[in-house]
Design a protein around this ligand. Structure first.
Ligand code: 5GP
Ligand code: ZN
Length: 112
């Protein structure tokens, strides 16, 4: 499968891994938008939120638990942002579901 994040999850490509389990991988974004910028992905390929069903409930639960733990461990006590882009209008550039955990600086709203 020619998918960047499938290949990172399978360790065919290098990344700075910060979380790993049978179902979920977290690694640092190569082009960080903030002092903390981690991508949390399912190992199994899912294109985006648009493909999710309740059958993904368990892996999604683990992804959010990982995000909360990573944020706590990074000391993001002032808060953080969890973002997922869906499709071209939102700027999704990698077609494998990922949640951005972004923190360590203050942010503005709404996003661009
Ligand atoms: P999207 O634009 O799809 O919401 O987010 C994709 C993210 O993946 C971007 O923030 C981008 O910097 C990151 N990214 C793209 N290629 C790589 C890579 O090879 N390694 C890592 N660690 N991150 C990547
Ligand atoms: Zn994939």
């Amino acid at each position: 499968m020619d998918c960047l994040f499938c290949r990172i999850a399978a360790k065919e490509l290098e990344s700075e891994t910060v979380y790993e389990s049978d179902a979920v991988v977290g690694f640092r974004d190569i082009n960080p938008a903030a002092p903390v910028h981690v991508l949390v992905v399912p190992r199994d390929h899912v294109e985006s939120v648009a493909e999710l069903t309740r059958a993904h409930g368990e892996v999604l639960g683990e992804m959010f638990e990982a995000i909360a733990t990573l944020a706590r461990d990074a000391g993001l006590d002032g808060g953080y942002r969890v973002v997922t882009n869906v499709g071209p209008d939102a700027g999704q550039s990698v077609g494998h579901l990922h949640f951005h955990l972004i923190g360590g600086r203050s942010m503005t709203w709404p996003p661009g």
